[in-house]
Design a protein around this ligand. Sequence first.
Ligand SMILES: [Zn+2]
Length: 241
Amino acid sequence: MTELLFLKDSYLKKFDAKVVKVQGSIAYLDKTAFYPRGGGQPCDTGELIQNGRSNRVLEVFWEEGDVAHRLEQPISDGAEISGQIDWGLRYAHMRHHTAVHILSGVMFRDYSAPITGGQIYPDRARVDFDVDEVGDERVREIESKCNQIVDEGRAVTARMVPRSVALEMPELVRTKTGRKLIEQLPQVRLVEIEGFDVQTDGGTHVVNTREVGHIKIKGVENKGKHNKRFELVLPPSGESV
Ligand SMILES: [Zn+2]
C-alpha cells in the first residue's frame, strides 16, 4: 500500500520516495504526495526527478488501493526519486474543494439540502443539490452566508475516526448512499470546518477558510425538480502557504 503523504499534509510539495513497481508507463512509489483523482477532485500532475533528470507525471489514479503515476518517460524499478507536484494546480483544487464544503455546509444547515454530486476544476466547481426552486435573491443570500464563513477564518482540519463513531454523527450521515458508504469502511476520514461543518472526505483542503477567498455563485442550472446545479468561482489566489 502506498503511504499517502497528501492526507497528512496537504501543503507538501516535494518528497523523496522509491519506485516499488513499474508496469509500462505506470510507476508505483512507496509513498506519494500526488493526489489520485477521486471524490470530485482532479489528480495532481508534476515531476519525478531522478539523478537530476525530470520525468513528467501526466496522470495519477487509484489502482487496486495503490496510487498509480503515469509517466512521460520510462523509469526503473527500485529507482530513488524526488517528487514534486505542480503546486499552482493543486492549490487551486484545494481552495475549490474547501469552497464546495462551505457551500454544501450552508445548504445543509440552512436549507436542509443534501449534496448529490460535484466536480472540482482548477478555475471553478460545480455542485448539485437536492433542492426545490432557488431564485436570484436566494442565491445572493447563500453566497453571502458562504462568504461570512470565509471571512471568519475558520480552521479546516482532517482526522480519522472509527466507523461506529461516524455513524453516530447525524450531521455526517446526510443521505442513504452516504450511510452505505460509511458502513463499508473500518475507518472514516472526516474533514471539519471548525464549528460549522463536518463531512467524510478523502481530498485535500486549505487549513483556513480565509484562503478560499470570496465565493461567487455564477449560476444555478435547473436539472430537474429536485436537482439544482450550482457553479462557483473564486478570485485568483495571491496567497499561498
Ligand atoms: Zn469533499
